[in-house]
Ligand binder design. Structure first.
Ligand code: ADP
Length: 313
């Protein structure tokens, strides 16, 4: 069979949650188009309430769309719901551990649920890949939070889906474990698995994702390769370390400012076509701040994110 160009393809996707009691109806996705190229590590970013979980939950079949079309691995979720769902492994945000199972049992049960024949199961390999071999027969309730999360990734992969979706996989996870998890995920991607992830860590997304979509208030405000997204901004930052640390970044007319780091430094963003470092420094001085040191830096994903989500937030 020909492989699809897109692991996920959504057109005109709408989701309206019905009114419930005092809560009015809410349109969480306003007719979005989103293409996830096969083989990519695709980051889905956006502020809280943007619609990321809604999108992911439509992919995994947990939420029913209101209108529009979606294909997963070329399979229409209306016409071939089961096939579409089988193409996806999902690691949910919540740690929903089966406390009465051991990791080995948990993976076996999940494989059974997906109809994976005993001979084709990869329980031992998955446990090993996620560093859980020596916990294979422990009760899940005895595992640390990090181990439980790794177990959830293993569970998502029991049926060898071509697409793996991770919803905030590293929220509240320590740095070492985060690295370990990413190594595994990047390894899967090298083997051809398309990865879709949501994360609040923009640095992480910048480092890992080759494609990024930014959603804001139910609309896609950007969807492109990470490198082109970063090139899109004609901004640079000047990071100012003041003589006396400031508690709040000064308001500078015509410039974006925000606090940076612990020592009372702040960043000033300017448009390269419109202003110069000289003008930034003049504005800083005019605000009464004495400058101890400055550095300039290229825009990062956080700047892109702020500039795309600020106007309509
Ligand atoms: P995100 O994952 O980006 O934080 P969500 O998809 O969870 O955003 O939510 C998008 C919008 O839809 C929010 O305004 C949220 O309050 C609303 N929403 C999400 N789930 C439900 C639900 N089950 N019922 C009603 N409204 C919901």
């Amino acid at each position: 069979m020909d492989l699809p160009d897109y692991a996920i393809e959504a057109h005109g996707l709408v989701k309206t949650y019905a009114a419930k009691g005092p809560s009015p109806a809410k349109t969480a996705l306003k007719g979005i188009d989103l293409l996830v190229p096969r083989g990519s590590i695709f980051g889905l970013l956006g502020p809280n309430g943007a619609g990321k979980s809604t999108f992911i939950n439509i992919c995994s079949g947990m939420v029913k769309k209101t209108a529009g079309t979606m294909k997963i691995w070329g399979r229409d979720i209306d016409e071939r719901a089961r096939d579409a769902r089988a193409a996806i492994g999902e690691v949910p945000q919540e740690l929903a551990a089966d406390v009465f199972f051991t990791p080995r049992e948990s993976l076996e049960t999940q494989a059974g649920y997906y109809g994976v024949p005993t001979a084709a199961r990869k329980t031992a390999a998955l446990l090993a890949a996620l560093g859980l071999t020596d916990k294979a027969n422990a009760y899940v309730r005895q595992l640390s939070g990090g181990m439980k999360r790794r177990l959830m990734v293993a569970k998502a992969m029991v049926h060898s889906p071509p697409v793996l979706i991770l919803d905030e996989p590293t929220a509240g996870v320590d740095v070492d474990l985060r690295r370990q998890l990413w190594e595994y995920v990047v390894g899967l991607n090298k083997q051809g698995v398309t990865i879709v992830l949501t994360t609040h860590y923009l640095e992480e997304a910048q480092e890992l994702c080759d494609q990024i979509a930014i959603i804001n208030q139910g609309e896609v405000v950007a969807c492109e390769p990470t490198s082109s997204l970063l090139r899109r901004l004609d901004t640079r930052n000047v990071v100012v370390t003041p003589d006396q640390p400031v508690l709040a970044a000064p308001d500078l007319p015509g410039f974006e400012t925000r606090l940076r780091g612990k020592d009372g430094a702040f960043a000033v963003t300017y448009r390269t076509g419109q202003s110069s470092v000289e003008q930034v420094l003049a504005a800083v001085r005019a605000s009464g701040v004495h400058i101890k040191d400055i550095a300039t830096e290229d825009p990062n994903l956080e700047d892109v994110f702020l500039s795309l989500t600020r106007t309509r937030a």
